[in-house]
Write a protein that binds this ligand. Structure first.
Ligand SMILES: CC(C)(COP(=O)(O)OP(=O)(O)OC[C@H]1O[C@@H](n2cnc3c(N)ncnc32)[C@H](O)[C@@H]1OP(=O)(O)O)[C@@H](O)C(=O)NCCC(=O)NCCS
Length: 157
């Protein structure tokens, strides 16, 4: 658990991430669209920024990939960062960075070499500042969400 002035970063249960995911990432979609395959897997971890009043203001999820998803990544065991989201009133105040850092720290403890994500193009600069790199400049479309770039960080960098 890491304490910041207005909130604590702590591990969450899968169900505790859903409200923020829906508000920030899937505002026009049903709650079912906010549950992901692997959410409940034993090796999945979720983190949240939680105020002293118990409000979850930011979330992130890391899933273990047991097969190589991208040839650029040599390791067979990769981690996928998903559903990074901070409530609008709390954005640009360091919360996303704190969540990303906790995910990277936890990921480094696993037997995995690479953390990657499908980054919304609007969030690419956030991930670049967090130390991730773009696989290539070509964006791809996720239907109903918009353009994305694959981004990654080698965990021993
Ligand atoms: C992207 C998101 C998770 C970032 O969280 P945040 O709390 O707003 O980010 P932080 O305040 O920790 O920002 C860390 C740094 O990245 C920068 N940054 C954050 N979001 C940015 C953005 N969209 N574009 C450019 N820079 C950004 C900040 O200015 C800050 O820079 P600094 O270290 O030079 O001061 C959050 O804005 C969000 O939920 N956005 C909407 C949903 C989304 O796009 N999620 C990502 C899905 S892939």
């Amino acid at each position: 658990m890491t304490n910041y002035s207005n909130y604590t970063i702590r591990a969450l249960e899968s169900h505790e991430t859903i409200a923020v995911r829906q508000l920030v990432l899937r505002p026009n979609q049903p709650i079912e669209a906010c549950h992901f395959v692997g959410d409940e897997a034993a090796d999945t971890f979720h983190f949240g920024a939680v105020t002293s009043a118990g409000e979850v203001i930011g979330v992130s999820t890391v899933l273990c990939c047991h097969e190589s998803r991208y040839q650029q990544f040599s390791s067979q065991r990769q981690l996928q960062l998903r559903a990074m989201a901070v409530l609008p009133d709390f954005q640009r105040q360091g919360t996303g960075k704190a969540l990303l850092n906790v995910c990277l720290k936890e990921a480094a403890k696993r037997d995995c070499k690479t953390l990657w994500c499908n980054a919304r193009s609007s969030a690419v600069d956030f991930y670049l500042k967090g130390g991730l790199s773009i696989v290539n400049e070509d964006a791809f479309e996720i239907e109903g969400v918009g353009p994305h770039h694959v981004m990654f960080k080698h965990l021993d960098d």
